[in-house]
Design a protein around this ligand. Structure first.
Ligand SMILES: NC(=O)c1ccc[n+]([C@@H]2O[C@H](COP(=O)([O-])OP(=O)(O)OC[C@H]3O[C@@H](n4cnc5c(N)ncnc54)[C@H](O)[C@@H]3O)[C@@H](O)[C@H]2O)c1
Length: 326
């Protein structure tokens, strides 16, 4: 798997406890590898062409060749940005992911999507590049702030029920509960990715629930003052409202879903004055948009959804006006 490489590059989130990357470094050294570690300051704006160019220059300076493995240690931001640099430098370096956030362990480190943002929107440049391996240790989540423990809910009824019944255990980072939820979600995500690796067959798109509005919110905030999970939480809540207006789900489902999001301390409303028009402008750059028509993945029940659902700008605007302060 390591192709007789002698040298390994570790790219690590500068803000995570140093002990995490030390364990990775020590075990590689013990196995005879020379290691070099690059520490990156992480925020959503790190996912940029600027960081990619900086990494390419560092790779060149270090004289990396095509067999040199890259280990990413951090959350979804580190995985996406270093994954993209690894995928494209010399047409691909062997990539290994060590995710350290809940989101990265259950979602972003699995399935091979890597990419960066442009000022017009999230994840607009990217590719599919499978890691050689992803190593997941739920005990790494113990140092994560509570606000970073959040869940992708609606994909599966069993997971929805498990999460609803274990809110306190998950929030207080009970390791057994974390292991169970991580295992369930990794299994679910990998099954979806196996059926539709390149997002072409209409299965993988269901992972996008809440993202059309969520990504637009992140872009409108210029990635400051709101996390990816918080924006997607508002997106999920709003997109369920769209589904209700279209007669796809009951008001009861929305209430259940909102309650679960709120129980995790996640928002379902926007706190900042942002116009509906601005949000819709960002949605027009969403990768699901077809021929200028806004397109959504919408729920039809817990664990069930519908795609594509084309929705008029008027209806989207009406729903958005319920959650924003213009
Ligand atoms: N590629 C994909 O398939 C995919 C899927 C979902 C999300 N994403 C992307 O993932 C990103 C969000 O990822 P995220 O939520 O992991 O954010 P993140 O990487 O910004 O991490 C969140 C915060 O947690 C800190 N942190 C990380 N690990 C820690 C630990 N063990 N202990 C203490 N602090 C720790 C980080 O320093 C950061 O401040 C977004 O850019 C999103 O677009 C990608």
């Amino acid at each position: 798997m390591l192709n007789n490489a002698r040298r390994v590059i570790i790219i690590c989130d500068k803000n995570i406890p140093r002990g995490i990357s030390e364990v990775v470094e020590k075990s590689l050294v013990l196995n005879g590898f020379q290691i070099e570690t690059i520490l990156l300051q992480v925020s959503e704006t790190t996912k940029s062409l600027y960081t990619i160019t900086k990494l390419y220059h560092q790779f060149l300076k270090m004289r990396l060749d095509r067999i040199c493995p890259v280990f990413t240690v951090g959350g979804g931001v580190i995985g996406d940005v270093t994954g993209f640099a690894s995928a494209t430098y010399m047409r691909g370096l062997p990539l290994f992911q060590i995710p350290t956030t809940f989101l990265a362990q259950v979602d972003s480190s699995i399935g091979g999507k890597v990419g960066i943002n442009l000022s017009q929107g999230k994840n607009l440049v990217g590719t599919f590049y499978q890691p050689k391996a992803t190593f997941i240790d739920p005990s790494l989540l113990l140092t994560l702030p509570e606000s970073e423990i959040k869940c992708g809910l609606i994909l599966n009824k069993d997971i929805f029920i498990f999460v609803s019944n274990n809110i306190e255990k998950i929030k207080t980072r009970n390791v057994a509960a974390l292991e169970e939820i991580v295992k369930k979600m990794v299994y679910l995500k990998s099954r979806i990715v196996q059926k539709d690796e390149k997002d072409e067959k209409g299965f993988r798109v269901y992972l996008n629930y809440g993202h059309t509005i969520g990504h637009a919110i992140e872009s409108a905030y210029q990635y400051k003052g709101i996390s990816h999970g918080e924006a997607v939480s508002i997106g999920i809540s709003m997109e369920a409202r769209l589904a209700e207006k279209l007669g796809l789900v009951s008001c009861n489902l929305i209430k259940k879903q909102d309650r679960l999001l709120l129980d995790f301390g996640l928002p379902i409303r926007i706190e900042k004055p942002i116009s509906a028009k601005k949000l819709i402008n960002f949605m027009e750059f969403d990768k699901k948009t077809r021929d200028g028509r806004l397109c959504f993945v919408l729920p039809t029940n817990i664990g069930k959804g519908k795609f594509p659902v084309f929705v008029s700008r008027q209806l989207v605007q009406k729903i958005l006006k319920e959650i924003i302060y213009e």
